[in-house]
Design a protein around this ligand. Sequence first.
Ligand code: TXA
Ligand code: MG
Length: 347
Amino acid sequence: MYDLRLAGILSTQITRYKFSGICMASLLNPTDENLNLLRNVLKSGGLVAVPTETVYGLAANAFDAEACARIFTAKGRPTNDPLICHIASLEVAESISSFNELSRKLARLFWPGPLTLILPKAKTVPDIVTAGLESVAIRCPMHSVFQQLISEIDFPLAAPSANPFAYISPTTATHVNENLGEHIDYILDGGPCELGLESTIIDARDESSPLLLRHGALSQEEIETTAGIRLIDKSSNITQGPSVAPGSALKHYSPKTGLTLSAAPIEEPAAVNPDTAYLLWKKPEGKNAENIFWLSASGSLTEAASRLYAALHEIDQLGYQQIIAQTFPEQGMGNAINDRLRRAAAK
Ligand code: TXA
Ligand code: MG
């Protein structure tokens, strides 16, 4: 089980301020019986929150436009922000889109895994899923419970992250229930998400200039080195309108507590302001005050990425007046973490 104390979050604090909202969804363990039930719920147009290795998704049958419309309502998400279609294999992806050589190469290298590809869409994908675009976003998750669920259904699952629009993405079934539970019937509990940050999104439709649309759980360096390509980073085109990445609103992934980014090192902050939660990369020396939250003892950026959202969820429940978060190094997962923190800090 994920140990919050390792992330610098004290369990006593969590109990004290525990969420007291209405939780109405049923949490189901991934037994054969439950998986069958959930497949039937999805077949008949229902919404199910599902675990993936990145974050929990709010899933519906991607071929059922009405069911997909309910996703937008449940999240309060604008309908001009398209959904990712989740599939079980490259073969299924080829049946709802068309691949060029580079996209196929990326899929073979990184699927199943935290990579989403933007591809020309087939007519079978309803317009509501793609927000009327000619392209569709496709991803093949590697979470074993997700794979079990999807391997025995004959439609893709349209699924955005299972959070209210613009709020922090969920990395546990409890996060989903606390924030979206009253709008959905079932949550499939697959435990805490291993990677904890959304998938990386690439548009390689133009093979000569593949675009990185969103930094995510697969680092730019890893993609470039493994595939032998150079990506054009379009991820910060966040205020330039809908053409490149329609859902990349500047304000996103935001806790309710106001967040400010600090490039300067944060030292002895507890003495400065006990009403502020300080979010650090590494564990500082010595005994840490209650309001210091750190994401990795060893300074691993991957570990820090996997704990970022859980830390923000917990801080949000603890009643601090503000969060000051440290900027991470611009390398590996640090790019994706900084991207999320910048958006969380946007007004
Ligand atoms: O890790 C993930 O990707 C998670 C899990 C659940 O799979 N999903 C996720 O979905 O993060 P969502 O909806 O929160 O973010 C998907 C992003 C949105 O910004 C959306 O606008 C963009 O992908 N997107 C979807 N279809 C697109 C398209 N055809 N062209 C460009 N961007 C697209
Ligand atoms: Mg999202």
